[in-house]
Design a protein around this ligand. Structure first.
Ligand code: NAP
Length: 382
């Protein structure tokens, strides 16, 4: 325990030193990077200590710590830092150059977690922005990408990640997610082959068991194509089945979560199982349906936001991080990218109140039936 106390003491001294060095603009970039690494290594060493684990763990295998920029993070697989605020890059109407600039602005402002996917067609812009960055190195950024439904047959999994790595210009990925739990017929590796639907705009599913795809994803960890694997849009029964059959456990479940869709049961289940939740559409995806989710205009939400000196959008993000999971807001607007990485711990009673207000306007914004057709009713909500 003395050893741990010494490490903590050293950590606090280095932390003070680290903030002092902010004022010292003359220090070289190389020196600054070295100091930051030392600080993070020290935090990781302390957090890995079995002596401290009982008091510092929130959940069995999830450790939530604070990064140098005061952004909490989890240590995935006990060693990979997964910052709890990341940049979403679903392209929507944004062009390549906007996504490139957005990633650059995000890196300049302390983001070290970027969420992309093969189907977003943003991998090239994200990879180039990371590779071009003058001070942030590839190994400092946690990059997530995803396997699309047309690549679920085991023989397509390795070629699919190879395409992702080629787009990013990386040798290896940090986290590869199964984007959705359903499989579609393989039509080719071109983008237009990935969303081919029938005349009604519907896509049928094919019978490829999740475990068959997962086994092929496990091989990607074994051969170094990615450090970690996880899932997205998985429900509790789907996770139960995967956990019973897998050799390598999913480290992350990326799901829609925001005050109007708090997913309390699923979030708690993942936390109990040591699966970190990454919340997509954490702002309720304003703009997708042409406007904000209504909860953002509630007077009580505005009042709580004011109490913490936050905008309602910042409150939604800090609400998520304070509930113990990652949020990945998308923006291509520099001022919003900067605003979105501001985190304040929200008190439990305010989290409860925000959730209650949010639930009065319950909405799932990313509905697979609306997007892909009735065969894709994986949540059983239609
Ligand atoms: N795994 C999955 O199935 C899945 C599904 C959906 C999304 N995702 C991931 O999650 C990310 C985020 O989700 P999302 O894009 O659906 O929705 P979101 O992050 O909730 O909302 C994005 C929208 O909010 C706007 N915005 C961002 N910050 C703002 C702020 N501070 N104030 C006001 N408006 C703000 C953005 O506009 P501007 O860009 O114009 O600033 C954009 O229109 C995606 O980009 C993607 O990486 C994953």
């Amino acid at each position: 325990m003395d050893d741990i106390k010494q490490k903590l003491g050293r950590h606090h001294r280095r932390r003070r030193h680290f903030y002092r060095r902010r004022q010292c603009r003359s220090r070289s970039i190389v020196e600054r990077k070295k100091m930051k690494r030392q600080l993070l290594d020290c935090v990781a060493a302390v957090s890995n200590s079995p002596c401290l684990s009982s008091s510092y763990h929130f959940y069995p295998t999830i450790i939530t710590l604070t990064m140098a920029a005061d952004i909490p993070y989890s240590l995935l697989d006990g060693k990979y830092k997964f910052p709890h605020i990341g940049l979403g890059t679903f392209k929507g109407h944004s062009g390549d150059s906007e996504v490139y600039e957005a990633t650059k602005v995000a890196l300049d402002n302390g983001y070290r977690h970027i969420d992309t996917a093969h189907v977003y067609q943003t991998e090239k812009a994200v990879g180039k922005a990371i590779r071009d960055h003058p001070t942030v190195t590839r190994d400092e950024v946690f990059v997530v990408s995803k396997l699309w439904q047309t690549f679920h047959q085991p023989e397509h999994v390795q070629p699919a990640i190879n395409l992702t790595l080629q787009n990013l210009g990386f040798e290896s990925l940090d986290l590869y997610l199964m984007h959705w739990p359903m499989a579609w017929e393989f039509k080719g590796y071109e983008f237009e082959d990935m969303r081919r639907c029938d005349a009604q705009g519907h896509i049928e599913c094919v019978d490829v068991p999740v475990i068959d795809t997962w086994r092929a994803m496990e091989k990607l960890v074994e051969n170094g194509s990615t450090k970690l694997i996880g899932v997205s849009n998985f429900t509790i029964p789907m996770l139960e089945q995967l956990l019973a059959e897998c050799k390598i456990k999913p480290v992350v479940n990326e799901i829609e979560v925001h005050p109007s869709f708090p997913q309390t049961e699923l979030v708690e289940y993942c936390q109990q199982k040591g699966i970190v939740v990454s919340a997509y559409s954490p702002l309720g995806n304003p703009g997708y349906r042409g406007n904000n989710i209504p909860v953002i205009d509630e007077p009580k939400i505005i009042e709580i936001a004011k109490k913490y000196n936050l905008s309602p959008q910042q409150l939604f993000l800090s609400y998520g991080v304070s509930r113990g999971y990652a949020v990945i807001p998308k923006s291509v607007t520099p001022s919003r990218i900067k605003d979105n990485i501001h985190y304040v711990k929200i008190a439990d009673e305010d989290i409860k109140e925000i959730t209650e207000i949010g639930l009065r306007h319950k909405i799932r914004t990313c509905d697979p039936v609306e997007m892909f057709g009735p065969a894709n009713d994986i949540f059983g909500e239609h």
